[in-house]
Design a protein. Structure first.
Length: 304
């Protein structure tokens, strides 16, 4: 294969990630390549994390993020953990600073293999989420699915974690809702001019909740890191939880937990969780043509 680059098939709590090494190049992974890769069962993904040379002093890389429909994503916490694991295995380093279109992210790999990503400060102002109409208090906005007198879902919390989120609070098992049917309607609702990630959240204690997410541009996902952050922050904002929460990702495979802390000291949101390397290969960033190279090693981690 000519014009190829290295890539790794990885996941964060089942959130399917392709980490693509575009360092030393000026081109990008093309939307049509992303669509082709997503259509192949072997390389199907939720997000591509394309590692480019740094554009800003003091950063290690610029990360270009694509959804499986070829659209751009501003943030992907699970994908960022995958990038950290890949670069840590390659370099032996443990701490990294990345630039994304949503801003600067700092991340560190811990001795136990978990990875913490500083996702920055959440955004609550209606016009920066963004929403199509003004809401003085985005902890609860007027939006519902179902009969007006008995809605199935209603009154979500809205915010941005670099990408728009709506968190619907539910009282029963998040897997009992037909999110595959409601998700696309809500993602594309006119109230969200840039579409939105749609999350169902069931609070189980002051320090725990369970979530399930329909991801903007990706659909039903096994896990979504920025959505876990949005749910945790929204739980604290609405008085349902404290500022540190274990988010049980209901659809993760295997089931898993992301620990989210909304720090009081600087209002930054820090997400901690695992990443897993599956296999690697080479791909053409223009077309998506690919070939497999290495299989999963015994330690479950490998560099690009």
């Amino acid at each position: 294969m000519s014009n190829t680059v290295e890539f790794a098939k990885m996941n964060g709590l089942g959130n399917k990630i392709l980490v693509v090494d575009m360092r030393g190049r000026t081109d990008r992974v093309a939307p049509q390549a992303a669509i082709a890769l997503a259509a192949d069962a072997a390389t199907a993904f939720d997000q591509i994390m394309a590692i480019h040379d740094p554009r800003v002093d003091g950063t290690d890389a610029f990360i270009d993020i694509l959804n499986c429909d070829g659209s751009k994503a501003q943030a992907c916490g699970n994908g960022t953990r995958c990038v950290v694991q890949a670069l840590a295995a390659e370099t032996g380093r443990k701490a990294f600073t990345f630039q994304t279109v949503a801003g600067i992210l700092n991340a560190v790999e811990h001795a136990d293999g978990t990875i913490s990503v500083d996702m920055g400060r959440p955004v609550f102002e209606w016009d920066r989420v963004p929403l199509a109409e003004e809401f003085h208090d985005t902890r609860r906005i007027e939006l519902q699915i179902g009969p007006i007198d008995d809605p199935v879902l209603h009154s979500p919390s809205a915010m941005s974690m670099g990408n728009p989120h709506a968190v619907f609070w539910v009282d029963r098992d998040v897997m009992s809702y037909d999110l595959a049917r409601f998700g696309p309607l809500l993602e594309n609702h006119p109230i969200f001019p840039e579409r939105a990630n749609i999350t169902l959240a069931q609070v189980t204690s002051r320090t725990a909740m369970t979530t399930r997410t329909w991801e903007r541009g990706a659909g039903l996902t096994l896990a979504c890191g920025s959505a876990a952050c949005a749910a945790a922050v929204s739980g604290a904002r609405t008085g349902r939880t404290g500022r540190k929460v274990d988010v049980h990702v209901a659809s993760a495979n295997p089931p898993g937990i992301l620990t989210i802390e909304w720090r009081e000291s600087d209002d930054h949101v820090v997400m901690t969780g695992p990443a897993e390397w599956e296999w690697s290969g080479m791909l053409d960033p223009a077309t998506g043509a690919w070939q497999r190279d290495h299989e999963k090693p015994a330690d479950g981690a490998a560099a690009l």
